[in-house]
Write a protein that binds this ligand. Structure first.
Ligand SMILES: [Zn+2]
Length: 407
């Protein structure tokens, strides 16, 4: 046998089965090890191959499984106000129209968010984010979109950046200023699009506050032509785009997004064959959001069979937002993605790991347990990965390793 020199590394983790999610599949290494240096995975394999490493720290799990850290690739978790009373009103038979006439709905969140200071927004969001993190999340995307004026949109993005600086979690920010028509622009929404393109996006970009640009393409929000203007502005700034598309009707938004090489098109209940083909051609990820589907009691299912057939990567996310998806557990979304949309458990977990990384443009460094990737992983005290998907809610005990350190 060839003599092997011992390799120094910062830490060596062993004693569990590794659910690597390499290539978006389980790809399990039974009784494996992970060697970590400077926050990156430097080697991974069966335990007997770990002898060549000479780690500074050793950590042995007592059985169980290790998965990549979960990635929630679509959230609106920074916002002011509280819509639980409105939820109760709706269940007591008050109509959406009456709630809106009383100043409820998204505009109540906009009002409360405009009134909230940066500190308040961070404080409120921190509690929600802590719950996602307790359930295995190591990377989270956070959108603006409840300011709908320049200062508040920028403040929301700043709040998202603060969360990433203050908490052991990676935050990716998305400017969603084209989320809804601001009340001040009700009769001339094109003028808001102009402000977004000419002022807001360039300012957010110059301040380093936006990693991507999103919009809501729907009859009650913005048309494909308006979204295209936002995407052109993003392209000039070399910012990647994504889109809320085909949630309530088929407008060709997903196809439009794909033509702009969007990282993802999200919701997609009404996506057509043309949308699917365009997404497959341009590598646009389908982000499925079962929380909103469930809460709004939708009946139109996203075309999962078509995405499979055309090899469009599917991700799952919480869509954490105060109106249509107050979801505080990404693991619950795994179960809902399977029971409501027919994903397999393997597809569901790929949807919060490798494919969620793709939806954020991070697949080279995140989303699977492989040498060279960030050492973000989670130890779960269960024997098979389907157990992550099987339990309805609750908090599964887990140990989270973020950048090579126990969190
Ligand atoms: Zn959303």
């Amino acid at each position: 046998m060839a003599e092997q020199s011992s390799n120094d590394c910062d830490s060596l983790w062993s004693g569990a089965d590794l659910v690597t999610m390499r290539d978006g599949a389980w790809n399990i290494i039974r009784d494996g090890f992970i060697a970590v240096t400077a926050g990156r995975i430097v080697a991974i394999g069966p335990a007997q191959e770990a002898v060549r490493f000479n780690p500074t720290h050793r950590h042995r799990f007592a059985g169980g499984i290790v998965t990549p850290g979960f990635i929630d690739c679509h959230t609106h978790l920074v916002f002011g106000g509280d819509r639980s009373a409105e939820f109760e009103q709706r269940l007591n038979g008050v109509s959406y129209a009456d709630i809106a006439a009383q100043g409820g709905g998204i505009l109540s969140t906009v009002r409360a968010t405009r009134e909230a200071s940066l500190e308040t927004l961070v404080e409120l969001a921190r509690e929600r984010l802590a719950l996602l993190m307790a359930d295995g999340v190591t990377t989270v995307e956070i959108k603006s979109g409840y300011g709908l004026d320049k200062p508040t949109e920028l403040r929301m993005l700043r709040a998202a950046r603060c969360l990433g600086e203050q908490m052991p979690v990676e935050v990716v920010t998305t400017c969603l200023a084209a989320h809804a028509v601001p009340p001040e622009y009700r009769d001339h929404p094109d003028d808001w699009i102009q402000v977004v393109c000419d002022e807001l996006l360039p300012e957010a970009h110059a301040a380093g506050l936006a990693d991507a640009v999103d919009a809501f393409c729907e009859h009650l929000a913005f048309s494909p032509a308006q979204v295209a203007r936002v995407f052109e502005a993003a392209r000039k700034l070399e910012l990647p785009v994504k889109l809320h598309a085909e949630q309530l009707s088929a407008l060709g938004g997903a196809e439009l997004a794909a033509r702009y090489q969007a990282l993802s098109a999200d919701h997609l209940e009404y996506a057509t064959d043309e949308d699917i083909r365009a997404m497959a051609e341009h590598g646009t990820v389908a982000v499925l959001l079962p929380g909103a589907f469930y809460l709004m009691r939708e009946t139109q299912h996203p075309p999962v069979a078509g995405f499979r057939q055309h090899k469009v990567p599917m991700a799952l996310a919480s869509d954490l937002n105060p109106g249509t998806s107050p979801a505080l557990s990404l693991r619950l979304m795994l179960n809902m993605g399977c029971t409501l949309f027919g994903l397999t458990p393997e597809e569901a977990v790929a949807g919060v790991t490798l494919n969620a990384a793709r939806a954020l443009g991070l697949q080279a460094s995140h989303g699977s347990l492989e040498p060279g990737k960030v050492a973000d992983f989670v130890h779960w005290n269960i024997t098979e990965p389907a157990g992550l998907v099987y339990w309805l809610g609750g908090t599964l005990p887990c140990e989270v390793v973020y950048r090579g350190e126990l969190r």
